[in-house]
Write a protein that binds this ligand. Sequence first.
Ligand SMILES: O=C1NC(=O)NC(C(=O)O)N1
Length: 311
Amino acid sequence: TVDLAVAWLGIQMDNPLINASGVMCRTVEELEALRHSAAGALITKSCTLEPRKGNPEPRYASTALGSINSMGLPNAGYRYYLDYARRYDHEHGKPLLMSVSGMSLEDNLEMMAAFDEAALPVLVELNLSCPNLPGKPQIGYDFEASARLLAEVSKVYRRPFGVKLPPYFDPVHFGEMADVLDGCPSIGFVTCINSIGNGLVIDLERESVVIRPKDGLGGIGGDYVLPTALANVREFARRLPGRHVIGCGGIRSGREAFMHILAGATVVQVGTCLYEEGPACLARIRDELVYLMQDKGYRTLTDFRGRLRTL
Ligand SMILES: O=C1NC(=O)NC(C(=O)O)N1
């Protein structure tokens, strides 16, 4: 028999699959559907201080190989998600993670202080990587700003938390961001990766872009991003041995889930595939992972986590 159980950062999951923040997690109805799915845990849509409508539509499109999105952080505001977390049955339910993505340092500090005050048994994932706010850079690409933000947040949020990172594409950058995170003891986990920012998908028949915001630029997800996601998981897992890495990017079957864990991920998040296929994909991916482990003779995730061979 295969055992998919994972215990990390004080939470217990019966399988390593979580939705990627932003997918199927903006409303209580969506979160409840996730809670009743095969997900081992669930995470809320990145919240801002006040509710946001987000970017003008069309702002999401799928392609044969994945997706492009420029949602623009549409969400009900942090109080809505904090309220859901207050009413949540943490004792008997699946672990609840909360994503926070303030529009400014002050907004992030105000929200994180409120989460600290609420003292709920949730894990917070601070989003450093939304690529879709016109005129706003991804904080994760500014190492000083990231270090300052994490130092300030650690003062108002006195428990371990995580960060959602953008993809990096150069060992120098893996090293610089790992140094920033190494210098922040509050960081218990890093989620690699967010979408690959500012891609452009073209509709050949219409000779047009496919989403309205930013003249068609948006975050890329799906099959396109798997190699980049795996590299970021492996590089941060190597550089931050005492922290957990959540793998996200390109998972659509047990095979990619296995690869992320082999590369060092403790647990994984599913985005584009969940958006396109719906919550049933989580049971399918979970079962595929079990069969793959059986074929390979593994009984638990620790039997192969982080054991990617090099040549
Ligand atoms: O962090 C984010 N990543 C994305 O790919 N899209 C959303 C968004 O645009 O809200 N945010």
